[in-house]
Design a protein around this ligand. Structure first.
Ligand SMILES: Cc1ncc(COP(=O)(O)O)c(C=O)c1O
Length: 465
């Protein structure tokens, strides 16, 4: 007998047909959020009421709510109830204003993108010409699902040299950005028998959604000043893998402390689990040498993932995986079900790396972003000497605590009034862990000529009392 619940307040209808009630309820609630039937901000019924409506145990409803809070779909506060999180339905990366939006902000200080105006067009064009001239006719045929050999070999060399990755061309898979790389790893993990994956409690919401969409359960793992609390994984039931950002935690910014790296590897070796190392901006480290990838500590347990989205441009959709031998077959199977970047872009990237142009471009970009970082931090410190700034040692974003009594929502609204797009830290909160109200400021996006004005307007937002 299907059990149905129609809540007049939120116009929701859930059907449970028996079997594993909790899993079914979770699936139905996720689907209701995804389809928009449960809109962001809507309040869920109390567990007792929903349990009575559905004729299931109250614990079943409470466990389903807790799971969806951990995955970032719902938010809950002791005594205040549970509601649909603001960003729950947004599985896509940071939304950009649509061209039809009334007044898209002129200055974009949201994280996620490098300076697109600085894309090295002339160098890329030369590399494309070289690639086209030398490509054999077979290059225009249906591609190898692992990607072009030329690029896999170039990346294996580059990653070993620049990021300390233990890589051979055979273990590299070329993907359409990290987004596809994660979906492929998720598919491989499922085939390997994994059902639960730990994800940092502040993370890219699209990544939790991608795990869920692949049929995995995402479980929040706390983050502190030493990075992900990997020492807690043991205490989470049944976790078979952990997705972490060791070089520069996204979005909070700490580097995974050396003892935590070791603890993560010890956990993976002891439990037979896997670490997915998201090295999205590992090349951009300003105050000391880049921190090498942790993959080299245990290449048999760490899946290394990289992307050209920060180093070149997200529009290329170029990403790569270095896969442990025990996951290689399953990853290839998962990759076969999808596609990858165009062969021509892959050959161009191989040329770009092989000729040393990629290294030169990164060195140049690193200088530009370091200068931007310095200007931003100086301006913020001048305007608000008491504000805590996190994550400034690397990458293209910092986390800035808001003045007392200013909420993230207020700050974003003030930004809009001044033509600046801003984003609150809350957009990235996946678990129950709380932090002070803060903004995640991406300083990569504005074009060079617009940067000073963008920073001045941000300072005005933060100092308006
Ligand atoms: C934490 C993190 N990892 C990876 C990426 C890159 O994703 P993709 O390669 O799919 O563009 C991003 C992009 O913003 C990110 O925030």
């Amino acid at each position: 007998m299907p059990r149905a619940w129609a809540n007049s307040g939120v116009n929701l209808h859930v059907e449970l047909s028996g079997g594993r009630r909790r899993v079914e309820l979770e699936t139905a609630l996720r689907e209701a959020v995804r389809s928009g039937r449960l809109p962001a901000g809507s309040r869920l019924p109390p567990t007792r009421a929903l349990a009575a409506d559905l004729d299931v145990a109250r614990n079943t409803v409470a466990a389903a709510y807790a799971q969806l809070v951990a995955e970032g779909w719902f938010e809950a506060r002791q005594g205040a109830g549970t509601w649909v999180a603001r960003r729950a339905a947004a599985a896509a990366p940071t939304p950009r204003p649509l061209s039809g939006d009334p007044r898209p902000p002129r200055y974009d200080l949201r994280p996620g993108s490098p300076d697109l105006a600085a894309f090295p067009r002339a160098d890329w064009l030369r590399a494309t010409q070289r690639a086209l001239r030398s490509a054999a006719a077979e290059a225009f045929g249906y591609p190898d699902p692992r990607g072009r050999n030329e690029l896999r070999a170039a990346l294996a060399g580059y990653l070993a040299r620049a990021r300390g990755v233990d890589a051979t061309a055979e273990r590299v898979i070329i993907c359409s950005g990290f987004a596809q790389a994660l979906a492929i790893v998720a598919g491989a993990l499922r085939a390997h028998g994994t059902s639960r994956v730990a994800i940092e409690s502040f993370a890219h919401p699209g990544h939790a959604a991608a795990l869920t969409a692949s049929g995995l359960t995402a479980v929040a793992l706390g983050v502190d000043d030493d990075g992900a609390r990997v020492d807690d994984i043991d205490e989470i039931d049944g976790v078979g893998a952990a997705l972490i950002t060791p070089a520069h935690q996204f979005p909070l910014g700490p580097t995974l402390a050396p003892q935590r790296r070791l603890a993560a590897i010890e956990w993976a070796r002891g439990s037979g689990g896997f670490i997915i190392e998201d090295d999205y901006d590992g090349e951009f480290r300003y105050d000391r040498q880049p921190i090498g990838a942790m993959q080299a500590l245990a290449p048999e347990r760490v899946v290394y993932a990289g992307t050209a989205s920060k180093s070149l441009a997200p529009g290329l959709r170029l990403g790569w995986l270095v896969v442990p031998p025990s996951l290689a077959e399953a990853a290839l199977e998962a990759k076969r079900l999808t596609d990858g970047p165009s062969t021509l872009d892959q050959l161009t990237m191989a040329e770009f790396i092989g000729a040393g142009t990629y290294d030169r471009h990164i060195r140049r970009a690193r200088l530009v972003y370091r200068r931007r970082r310095d200007r931003l931090v100086r301006a913020l410190e001048h305007r608000r000497p008491d504000a805590r700034i996190g994550g400034a040692a690397a990458g293209m974003h910092v986390v800035v605590e808001l003045p007392r009594r200013m909420s993230e929502k207020d700050a974003v609204a003030r930004g809009l009034e001044r033509g600046v797009a801003l984003e609150g830290l809350g957009e990235y909160r996946l678990g129950e862990q709380r932090r002070s109200q803060a903004l995640v400021i991406g300083y990569g996006t504005p074009a060079e000529h617009a940067f000073s004005t963008a920073v001045a307007r941000l300072c005005a937002v933060l100092s308006a009392d």
